[in-house]
Ligand binder design. Structure first.
Ligand SMILES: Cc1cc2nc3c(=O)[nH]c(=O)nc-3n(C[C@H](O)[C@H](O)[C@H](O)COP(=O)(O)O)c2cc1C
Length: 365
């Protein structure tokens, strides 16, 4: 029996299209092995860099829940709440490269049929930083990674030459891709920030410079809520907070819109969809807009008893996708990938009750 869930994405064979995104679920060998045992088709490692990392002296991530009762959205533990979002200000991996390398080798040897994507990040604007990208790329590919994901989207970097701060600069995107494609010969995924009005141009620059796929979205830059009584933020250190990243269900619709924008502009190019996937229905929507691969973070982290890797979640996702394919008579996700694309149009193309609509502007005389 052929495995209907299998996909070929960026030239790699995935046993199923669901992978864990770069984040705490993929921060260690122990968690990645557990994730593969549970059934995930691949993982993107927590972003690996060369610079020492020291996180804030407090919680790095909070889970916000919505309720019918006040307060409506809060991290506060209350009965009858549902997940709303994660908010984090966690930096990239604090495990140094030389400790990652033997772990990556062991993971790949233990699960050769699962795709191991190494997420890496360095700076920009100098030959030294380009050499840093190359060093990271060569090292993780040498240790067995099947592909790379270049992190150009971390929303909380002070350095102006890193993370989301560089994703508006097409010259920088091109220079990093030139350096990395010169260094290694594996598919290069580029993870972009949703927080830019020039996303489609950035994606175009990345594809043209050799990216096999755009991974989207990273978390949205955002702030945690302040309590009106105590005047404390829901997460803070010594009363201070900084811009962090919102993930989970709260970003689903915005992530879909951005995936759709890229998919319409570059229908033949590949997209790994990320943002608020909690079950098959959300995953379906990403595929319908053109994504050929799905990444999950917050929903896996939230699953109690799974060690934060979504053991039940991957079972549900594969079961529900499998049942859907059977029920609709599809051979694979390719049969419905991109079906929503042509139905997302300009406002003026949607039927009106009368012929009066003229684009929202008074008709000129
Ligand atoms: C605590 C936390 C840490 C994260 N760290 C990284 C990271 O190191 N590199 C990266 O590319 N994305 C990172 N992300 C972003 C996720 O990979 C993902 O893009 C985002 O959470 C949206 O997916 P979701 O809605 O399923 O959570 C992190 C997210 C969270 C919640």
């Amino acid at each position: 029996m052929p495995n209907k869930l299998s996909t070929t994405f960026t030239g790699l064979e995935f046993v199923n299209p669901f992978i864990l995104a770069s984040a705490p679920p993929t921060e260690s060998k122990r968690k990645i092995l557990k994730a593969f045992e549970a059934g995930w088709g691949g993982v993107v490692t927590k972003t690996i860099g060369l610079h020492p990392v020291e996180n804030v002296a407090g919680p790095k991530t909070i889970y916000q829940r919505a309720s019918e009762q006040k307060p409506y959205v809060s991290r506060m533990k209350r009965p009858d709440t549902v997940s709303h979002s994660s908010w984090n200000w966690e930096l990239i991996s604090d495990q140094p490269l030389d400790l990652w390398l033997p772990d990556l080798e062991e993971i790949k040897t233990t699960y050769p049929d699962r795709m191991l994507i190494g997420s890496i990040m360095a700076g920009a604007g100098s030959a030294e930083e380009m050499a840093n990208w190359q060093k990271l790329a060569r090292a993780v590919v040498g240790a067995g990674c099947d592909a790379l994901e270049l992190n150009m989207s971390c929303p909380h970097m002070d350095r102006k030459d890193m993370g989301a701060n560089i994703a508006n600069d097409e010259d920088i995107i091109r220079s990093i891709l030139a350096a990395v494609t010169e260094a290694v010969d594996v598919p290069i995924w580029v993870k972009l920030t949703p927080a830019t009005s020039t996303l489609v141009d950035a994606a175009g620059a990345a594809y043209a410079a050799g990216a096999s796929c755009i991974s989207l979205c990273n978390t949205f830059p955002s702030l945690p809520l302040m309590d009106p009584e105590t005047l404390k933020f829901e997460v803070e250190v010594d009363g201070l907070v900084t811009s962090g990243g919102l993930g989970g269900l709260a970003i689903l619709h915005q992530a879909l819109q951005r995936v759709c924008d890229i998919s319409k502009a570059y229908p033949d190019k590949e997209i790994s969809g990320i943002g608020g996937i909690k079950g098959f229905r959300e995953a379906f929507n990403f595929i319908a807009h053109g994504a050929g691969n799905l990444q999950v973070c917050t929903a896996a982290m939230e699953e109690k008893g799974s060690g934060g890797v979504g053991v039940q979640l991957i079972q549900e996702l594969t079961k529900d996708l499998s049942e859907y394919l059977d029920a609709k008579g599809h051979a694979s996700i390719e049969d419905f990938r991109g079906i929503a694309r042509s139905r997302v149009v300009e406002h003026a193309q949607v039927r009106r009750k009368s012929e009066d609509y003229n684009g929202g502007y008074a008709q000129s005389a």
